[in-house]
Design a binder for this molecule. Structure first.
Ligand SMILES: [Zn+2]
Length: 276
């Protein structure tokens, strides 16, 4: 059961909110079924007034203007713009934001290969968290806040988007985050999660994945089934094409996970249990 259901948070409106010393969240005006309240961009800064913008978000003039206004009102100097991963709702404005602040604009994948790692200085530590996408990175601020991008969301669960996303990696990345001593999770969509509810949410995310795997096995154990049949059996009707696409990609991630373990096999587009 989702531990956040007991204390629902009102939808975040586009705008800027200080979450903790040295951390301002700026919500982009792109709410949708997949982006929830909109993408959260973050301005992270230290006592030396150096700042990094994480996930500049979609290209929207009002959003970039607000990021600029936050930087100005906090009296900080942006030294880099980075992303948690390359999905467009997080990264589309990367180059524009780099130009706006005249600083390097660096994708998560580039930070991981090390050449650009020095850019983060002592402000942020990159934590590789592949799964939702292969290039996903979380960032731990020097103040103990973990910026989780799409790895953990403020509401609902995240999609593991096969083939770029991988469920084995995702589960390992959930465990990795749980080993970190954070005070707050600040996700890429939806409200921030205090440590207690965040830990419970990490457990729920893990259980939710295994529940989905059991649901897939229950369908294919009955009779061989196509991906469409399996998605319909698990999710029911999904009139929103974006949600339907995410559900199909997440189900393919489950099928891939179960296939790798020999729990099911695919033949001509049909999945059945076995041979193990
Ligand atoms: Zn994403």
């Amino acid at each position: 059961m989702d531990p956040r259901i007991a204390s629902p948070v009102a939808p975040l409106l586009a705008g800027a909110t200080a979450l903790s010393p040295g951390l301002v969240r700026v919500v982009a005006p792109n709410p949708s079924p997949l982006t929830l309240d909109g993408t959260n961009s973050y301005v992270v800064f230290g006592a030396d007034r150096r700042a990094i913008v994480v996930d500049p978000g979609p290209v929207a003039a009002s959003h970039l203007e607000l990021l600029e206004a936050v930087v100005e009102s906090e009296g900080v100097k942006v030294v880099a713009v980075v992303t948690t991963h390359s999905h467009p709702d997080h990264s589309e404005a990367l180059e524009l934001a780099g130009e706006l602040f005249s600083v390097p604009a660096v994708r998560a994948a580039e930070l991981l290969i090390g050449a650009q790692a020095g850019l983060l200085g002592s402000l942020l530590t990159a934590v590789p968290t592949p799964g939702h996408s292969s290039d996903h990175v979380c960032y731990l601020t020097s103040g103990g806040v973990l910026l989780t991008g799409d790895h953990v969301l403020g509401r609902g669960t995240t999609a593991v988007l096969y083939p770029d996303g991988n469920l084995t990696d995702y589960l390992a990345s959930l465990a990795r985050v749980d080993e970190i001593g954070f005070s707050l999770l600040a996700p890429g969509h939806g409200p921030a999660l205090e440590a207690g509810i965040a830990r419970a949410t990490l457990r729920y995310y893990r259980e939710h994945r295994f529940e989905r795997l059991e649901q897939v096995m229950a369908v294919v154990e009955e009779e061989p089934a196509s991906i469409e049949t399996i998605v319909a059996a698990i999710y029911g009707p999904l009139p929103d094409p974006l949600l339907a696409g995410a559900a199909a990609a997440s189900t393919l991630a489950s099928l891939n996970y179960l296939g790798e373990r020999g729990d099911l096999v695919e033949e001509g587009g049909s999945y059945r249990s076995g041979p193990r």
